[in-house]
Design a protein around this ligand. Structure first.
Ligand SMILES: *Cc1c(COP(=O)(O)O)cnc(C)c1O
Length: 225
């Protein structure tokens, strides 16, 4: 099916939810991204810095670029001038570097804390305690060039829908708890608005459980090569 049709189908499915579609464009060609843009989608997710930078340079300026993959501190400087939202903050050290690069570029860079909710060791993220410790850290309160706007998580890669549901529910509950307690909000650097969860195989479950952003690639473009 054409890219535009798939996007419109997914947008229709998400219509009754709070979720907004981020089109995951990693590994896809410039032509495919142009087709995506022509279909009216402007929020693109990439997981490799070099690929994002190369694509950003040749595509329309109003595209909102989401960094969704693991981010190394030494790569932050390449995306700091333009990135819209970094979904994958998993350490205070990384946050410090984002703050530093935000200052250099005279911007406030929006970030999500990535939370580990899956069973696979290979996945990144903070556990709930580590996230709370980060938000309570004194050095965090000094960072004027970042804003934490929510949480991101990836469910286990499994066909067991109950497990996926449990994992997303745990993240949604933690998000709600931070929101209710206004955790970190008094610093002026935190607002609990975005919950990024759900990919091609599980975005409907995520949307049902309160995701505000779903990150979908292969359901739009077909399998990655
Ligand atoms: C690749 C990727 C996605 C999208 O995966 P699909 O299964 O192709 O939809 C979403 N989130 C992250 C973090 C990814 O790396």
């Amino acid at each position: 099916m054409a890219i535009a049709e798939q996007i419109s189908l997914i947008n229709k499915q998400l219509n009754d939810s709070t979720a907004r579609l981020i089109v995951v464009t990693k590994t896809r060609s410039i032509e495919e991204l142009q087709e995506t843009y022509a279909a009216g989608a402007i929020e693109f997710g990439e997981n490799r810095v070099q690929e994002m930078v190369e694509k950003q340079a040749v595509l329309p300026e109003d595209i909102l670029w989401h960094q969704i993959g693991h981010l190394q501190t030494n790569k932050v400087k390449y995306i700091a001038p333009f990135v819209h939202l970094i979904h994958s903050v998993d350490s205070l050290n990384l946050l410090k570097e984002i703050n530093k690069q935000g200052a250099k570029n005279n911007r406030v860079i929006h970030c999500l804390l990535q939370i580990f909710i899956a069973t696979e060791e290979s996945k990144f993220g903070l556990d709930f305690k580590e996230a709370e410790a980060l938000l309570a850290d004194a050095s965090f309160a000094e960072m004027k060039h970042i804003r934490i706007v929510g949480l991101m998580g990836m469910a286990s890669f499994t066909a067991d829908e109950d497990q996926i549901r449990r994992e997303f529910k745990s993240l949604a509950d933690f998000f709600q708890q931070l929101k209710n307690n206004k955790t970190g909000v008094s610093t002026g650097l935190v607002e609990w608005t975005e919950l990024s969860m759900g990919m091609s195989g599980d975005y409907l479950i995520a949307a049902e459980l309160g995701a505000t952003l779903v990150r979908v690639g292969s359901a739009i473009f077909g399998p990655r090569h």
